[in-house]
Design a protein around this ligand. Structure first.
Ligand code: UD1
Length: 482
């Protein structure tokens, strides 16, 4: 259960070896269809079985791993020290943080990793979520939003900031094809490194037996974004980053078009604090907002996921009526790569989180079963469970109106929909434009590509260009500045 990289178990085991491996764990049924498989099928199944850590899985199935009482944890939780968006809460100024971050960017110390292995089921989009068209005027996809921001940062700082893109079996082929067919979205091909995350077998919720999706395949699902570190290591990405002089990794997830990718101020806070893992948070807009809760317990910063936090704990208030657990995780982290090395070598164990899901599988006779209620347990690790292990952790608050508009649910839902994200983008960019003495009505959609201006300050510097583009000082039709 440690984060240690599992040796690549690519050897094809013989039938006897496979039986010897499965028997102590009572999983021999995985070889039920062995004799009916051709050589390719036997090889695939053998490889899959040899990659499973059966000892670890047994502990999980038997529930012998550490059970955490999140309600109890929350009752002892205080707030970690947070640097506010106005710069208060630290020993340096915003300007010093910006300068330090810009220097690190110019020196090529920063690489980025985008986790995009999730399937976007809630959104009801059947392609990788990164291919979702979210631009309110441009129709740009989420992937294009991130690429544009990286292109802008690379131009500003005179370095090619690399994008490590983590996919899963469900998103890998289509994501690769999308980047290839679209000229790497304007990035240099060598700037985009696509790698696939690991898997965990799904088990029958009542018997603990591993489910089979095909006669020659286990029912495998992504091992959670906690598998990012292992996958980066296994695929040689960490080695590559170090070889190329990168020292810190900017982590973000696929659903947030407003992510302030490579924000120099955030990077500067991380560096000036000598933090091994820095996390961006928002002040939760209501107690049960579906964001992880960043807290401090026993002197360690950690995140209690919204689904683990009892409502009564989420609703706790301070004497002045303000929310006690106010800091919401927006899944933007900055890691010191030396911390990754330390974690890969440590035997610290990180929890697995369980999810009860409907998992199609084969029955004993090889017939396909499509369950209509949850039948299986999936196991996932979360990247943020690394937080308590990190030294000098700091938390940086950002304004959700500027940095967080996730696309998670289909239009019509109350929160986190494409329509709400598009509205947030237009609202923000209208505000920027108005600081350039431009008049724009709330009914007019505006969108600014970071290649035109990364932030309000850059847009203000370009005020004259904006006015000449709109031929005056009023925007009356939807407009995309790119
Ligand atoms: C996540 C965070 C939550 C945070 C919120 C902010 C988790 C468990 N929770 O919630 O604390 O407040 O985002 O928006 O992450 N992914 C993979 N591989 C996997 C699983 C997920 O790459 O095996 C990626 C997804 O593609 C996505 C991200 O991780 O980019 C988040 O996954 P998801 O499970 O949807 O978490 P949320 O419920 O959105």
């Amino acid at each position: 259960m440690s984060v240690q990289s599992s040796a690549e178990a690519n050897a094809t085991l013989t039938l006897d070896e496979l039986q010897a491996r499965l028997e102590p764990h009572d999983q021999q049924h995985l070889l039920r269809f062995w004799d009916s498989l051709d050589e390719a099928g036997q090889t695939q199944l053998s490889r899959q079985i040899s990659q499973v850590d059966f000892g670890q899985l047994k502990t999980l199935i038997e529930g012998k791993d550490k059970a955490i009482d999140f309600g109890e944890l929350a009752s002892r939780a205080t707030m970690p020290q947070a640097v506010a968006s106005d710069g208060s809460g630290c020993d340096w100024t915003l300007e010093q943080a910006r300068e330090r971050g810009e220097q690190a960017l110019r020196d090529g110390e920063i690489a980025t990793v985008l986790v995009a292995g999730g399937q976007g089921t809630r959104l009801g989009f059947d392609q990788p979520k990164g291919m979702f068209p979210v631009g309110p005027v441009s129709g740009r996809t989420l992937f294009q939003f991130f690429a544009d921001r990286l292109i802008a940062a690379s131009e500003t700082y005179g370095v090619d900031v690399p994008l490590y893109l983590m996919t899963s079996a469900a998103t890998d082929a289509e994501s690769r094809q999308y980047f290839e067919e679209n000229n790497y979205l304007g990035l240099k091909p060598e700037q985009v490194i696509i790698f696939e995350q690991g898997t965990m077998p799904a088990v029958d919720a009542s018997t603990g037996k591993i489910l089979m999706s095909e006669k020659d395949s286990l029912a495998l699902s992504p091992d959670g974004h906690g598998g990012t570190l292992r996958a980066l290591d296994r695929n040689g990405c960490l080695e590559q980053m170090k070889r190329e002089g990168h020292k810190h990794l900017f982590y973000f997830q696929v659903d947030n078009p407003l992510v302030e990718l490579c924000d120099p101020v955030f990077i500067g806070h991380h560096l000036l604090a000598k933090s091994e893992m820095t996390t961006q948070v928002i002040r939760k807009r209501y107690p049960t907002e579906k964001v992880g809760n960043v807290v401090e317990v026993d002197g360690k910063t950690q995140i209690i996921e919204y689904s683990d936090l009892p409502d009564s704990a989420a609703e706790m208030t301070n004497e002045d009526g303000s929310l006690r657990l106010w800091a919401g995780n927006i899944a933007v982290h900055l890691f010191d790569l030396k911390f990754f090395d330390r974690m890969l070598q440590s035997d610290a164990s990180f929890p697995f989180h369980r999810a009860n899901k409907k998992v199609p599988h084969l029955d004993e006779s090889g017939q396909a079963v499509t369950p209509d209620s949850p039948n299986a347990t999936k196991f996932e690790q979360f990247i943020f469970d690394l937080l308590p292990e990190a030294n000098n952790t700091i938390v940086c608050e950002v304004d959700p109106a500027e940095a967080f508009a996730p696309v998670k649910n289909a239009n019509g839902a109350a929160t986190d929909t494409p329509e709400l994200a598009q509205k947030a983008i237009c609202d923000l960019h209208r505000r920027w434009l108005r600081t350039c003495d431009v008049t724009v009505d709330d009914s007019v959609k505006v969108e600014i590509n970071p290649r035109f201006a990364m932030d309000q300050t850059e847009l203000q510097r370009k005020s004259a260009e904006v006015r000449s583009e709109i031929d005056g000082s009023t925007i009356s039709d939807d407009r995309y500045f790119c």
